[in-house]
Design a protein around this ligand. Structure first.
Ligand code: 13P
Ligand code: 13P
Ligand code: MG
Ligand code: MG
Length: 365
């Protein structure tokens, strides 16, 4: 059975500030998707949040980039924005960069990760959602899951994984893409994906079966809007078990709270802290950045779940570590490398300040 799993998300208003989504907004989105399920457009859905981002997880048989599915998501966000405005939530409609829908939500603000699959006899999938960071945040975890045998022992001992995986990498500034094969091209791959502000892993494929293993959202809001409009808090879908990494191998990379871009005003580096879904409420200095993991078993398109995968106690130490790293980074205040590098500051006051003081810069020896 051909099935499409679509995760479409947007920040349509924060409660309070940028720290969470309001329960009424989630309920409203649920109503909209219930209707779509009744008409048969959706097989199933789950509405959730990560920080101030509203997440629509949907299964259907319309394929990827389908106009009806994207319009459903768009209309759900537009309706939610009306409610967000009535509640005067913070940044109501923040991620809706256009007034009119034109066939596809890509390039209009919302983040999208979709995969069309042939559902396996047992199909465990993990939907990762992050707040206060951007698309490149998945680069290191995806590399570890699919190319690092110190993380994924299956690469060595599972015969159907031993051929390795192919990584589709997008240059988010030039809008180009390249596919690199692991393990033989890992050095070439890492030179790019080690620069996550510019290069983001869009998808990963099994080289043995050519099937899709993972897909992420790679939208960059500031590059779409031409100005800073909040971070493009990303999502990522990963299939697990059998020809793919085991669930534990998929989660293991997040035991390191690696440094990502985002946090306060989208302008700082900070540790990505894996948390339970109810704990995705970035508060300290609007952070630190969060990642949640909703696990599902798909059953003829039905979403059996979610299981809140990072609620597990085995991630407690990572959370403590993340908070220590957060403290250490915060002590740097407005200094790099806590503050993002110059190039990433171009959407802030930096150009205005530089212009204002241009005449006072004189030649130095
Ligand atoms: P089970 O023997 O519990 O199915 O586990 C197999 C496995 O792959 C664990 O990572
Ligand atoms: P969001 O991108 O999650 O809306 O956060 C924006 C921000 O400025 C946080 O300080
Ligand atoms: Mg926000
Ligand atoms: Mg957000």
């Amino acid at each position: 059975m051909k099935l499409t799993l679509s995760v479409i998300k947007a920040d349509i208003g924060g409660y309070v500030g940028h720290s969470a989504s309001h329960p009424d907004i989630l309920a409203k989105a649920g109503e909209s998707l219930t209707k779509a399920k009744k008409t048969g457009l959706l097989i199933d859905y789950h509405v959730t949040q990560c920080g101030d981002d509203l997440q629509l997880i949907m299964t259907h048989q319309q394929g990827e980039e389908n106009e009806r599915i994207h319009k459903l998501a768009w209309d759900t966000f537009v309706e939610g924005t009306k409610l967000a405005k009535a509640l005067k939530l913070y940044g109501a409609g923040q991620d809706l960069l256009s007034d009119a829908f034109s066939g596809n939500v890509k390039g209009m603000g919302p983040g999208v990760a979709e995969m069309e699959i042939e559902e396996r006899p047992s199909e465990p999938v993990i939907v990762f959602m992050a707040d206060k960071t951007s698309a490149g945040a998945w680069n290191m975890p995806l590399y570890k899951m699919f190319a690092d045998p110190f993380n994924t022992i299956g690469l060595i001992i599972a015969p159907n994984m031993h051929t390795g995986f192919a990584f589709e990498v997008h240059d988010v500034k030039e809008h180009t893409k390249i596919t690199l094969n692991t393990p033989e091209e890992i050095y070439d791959l890492l030179i790019f994906i080690g620069a996550p502000s510019r290069y983001a892993v869009k998808a990963v494929y099994s080289r043995e079966t050519k099937e899709i293993a993972a897909v992420s959202s790679t939208q960059r809001l500031s590059l779409i809007a031409g100005r800073y409009v909040g971070k493009d808090d990303p999502v990522c879908i990963v299939r697990a078990q059998s020809q793919f990494p085991a669930v534990g191998e998929v989660l293991e990379p997040f035991s390191l709270p690696h440094l990502v871009e985002g946090w306060m005003r989208g302008s700082h580096h900070g540790p990505l802290m894996p948390v339970a879904i109810d704990d995705a409420t970035p508060t300290r200095f609007d952070g630190p950045p969060r990642v949640t993991a909703a696990g599902f078993q798909l059953a003829d398109g039905k979403l059996i779940g979610p299981r809140d995968m990072f609620a597990d106690k085995s991630f407690d130490r990572t959370r403590q570590w993340a908070n220590e790293v957060a403290e250490y980074m915060r002590r740097h205040g407005p200094f790099e490398p806590h503050r993002l590098p110059l190039e990433e500051m171009e959407y802030t006051t930096m150009p205005q300040v530089a212009k204002k003081l241009a005449k006072r810069f004189t030649k130095a020896d």
